[in-house]
Ligand binder design. Structure first.
Ligand SMILES: Nc1nc2c(c(=O)[nH]1)N[C@H]1C(S)=C(S)[C@@H](COP(=O)(O)O)O[C@H]1N2
Ligand SMILES: [Mo]
Length: 374
């Protein structure tokens, strides 16, 4: 077993070698084309994730969109279809929300048997301050028809799908939202943490769908189409879908809300913790349904559970930091640590993996082995 000294990170900092910018230094690069990077979660030390530490998940090459040539088109089941340019967009009323985004495949590396897809460990999640206009204002201006049931958001990025089943030729990245969510709190954001979006995070405009897994927050937004029927695009019904049972039989449904989940940042999976000392265990937890109200930690493989201390900062759609002073065993050896979260609506994490979820929605309680020693 590989062990690390206390304080040492799980992963050596990995510099992104695909460009001369230092933007991805310290991040774990899963793929360079398209760009997929995650944060080394051991490094978690703040409530709001710095933009340079925020994971990047792309299906296609990042489109470079000149601001003055960018347009947002709104059409479909609306009385007044229209188009916005950058200046017009920025005149719309703005608001900000702090929201956690987790990729639905975050934690895939821990699944056994292995499933295909990017082998995300714990770092495909982040919490940022997003600023833009609420989607509802844009929809009001377009005057949706009563027939409207869903809103399709489409990005400028495009490419071919590699694995079957797949459509022929290039497609755009697109996802839909039910009208109720679109009219509630969905933001069309042009800023992340107080500055314009970077191209990797969706410049000039992206959706932020609070509480939902990341796939819903469409980047490089170009088209909003109001529709009167369920959208069954590739990233809605083939990818980012899972099997839901009705009367025992599975049907494929789109992935939506983030399920309650806690992650341990420190110690990392292969970290060596000092014996007979107080070790500051820490991490973060989130849930779509309601705020996190309790975190429990076990350091004996799930026999006993003790409450952890919650961080002071919290917000409706943000993660909650937690920490726990672990009095480590006096004898050297292996310890199995676990954590579980509870939200204000009483949800907690499943003990077992549900195979109907495929490679997504990974919120079952994980067992993590750490080495206790000198
Ligand atoms: N247009 C477009 N939007 C997209 C994607 C994409 O590939 N293209 N990836 C989605 C997925 S799967 C996730 S998890 C989030 C990640 O957002 P981030 O790269 O800003 O962290 O963007 C979503 N929006
Ligand atoms: Mo994702």
């Amino acid at each position: 077993m590989i062990t690390k000294k206390p304080g040492e990170l799980d992963h050596p900092p990995v510099a992104f070698d695909g460009s001369s910018t230092p933007a991805h230094r310290g991040m774990i690069v899963r793929q360079t084309e398209p760009l997929n990077v995650e944060m080394p979660f051991d490094a978690l030390d703040r409530f709001v994730t710095r933009t340079e530490d925020f994971f990047i998940r792309c299906h296609f090459p990042i489109p470079e969109i000149p601001r003055d040539r960018w347009r947002l088109r709104i059409g479909g089941e609306v009385a007044q279809p229209f188009e916005l340019n950058w200046e017009e967009l920025r005149k719309m009323p703005d608001s900000s929300i702090t929201a956690t985004i987790e990729c639905a495949g975050n934690g895939r590396e821990f699944l056994s048997p292995k499933v295909s897809g990017a082998q995300w460990e714990r770092g495909a999640v982040g919490n940022a301050v997003w600023t833009g206009v609420l989607l509802k204002h844009v929809l009001e201006r377009a005057a949706m028809k009563p027939s409207a049931t869903e809103i399709i958001l489409t990005g400028t990025d495009q490419g071919e799908i590699e694995d079957a089943p797949r459509p022929g030729g290039k497609i755009h990245y697109a996802r839909s939202l039910p009208v109720a969510k679109a009219r509630d709190d969905v933001l069309l954001a042009w800023q992340m943490n107080g500055t314009d979006l970077t191209s990797a995070h969706g410049f000039p405009l992206r959706a932020i769908v609070p509480g939902w897994y990341g796939m819903a927050s469409v980047k490089w937004l170009s088209d909003i189409v109001v529709t009167d029927r369920p959208f069954v695009g590739y990233y809605q019904s083939v990818d980012y879908a899972y099997w839901q049972r009705t009367m025992g039989e599975p049907s494929l449904v789109p992935i939506t809300e983030m399920q309650v989940k806690a992650q341990i940042a420190r110690p990392g999976p292969l970290e060596r913790v000092p014996r007979g000392q107080s070790y500051r265990m820490r991490g973060a937890a989130w849930s779509c349904a309601a705020e996190i109200v309790k975190i429990e930690v076990s350091t004996d493989g799930g026999v006993r559970w003790t409450e952890a201390r919650l961080g002071d900062e919290h917000d409706r759609y943000s993660w909650r930091m937690w920490e726990y002073a672990w009095l480590t065993p006096t004898n050297s050896g292996k310890a199995t640590i676990m954590v579980r979260a509870f939200d204000a609506k009483g949800h907690t994490q499943p003990k077992e993996r549900d195979p109907d979820r495929g490679g997504y929605i990974i919120n079952e309680v994980l067992r993590m082995d750490v080495e206790v020693g000198d």
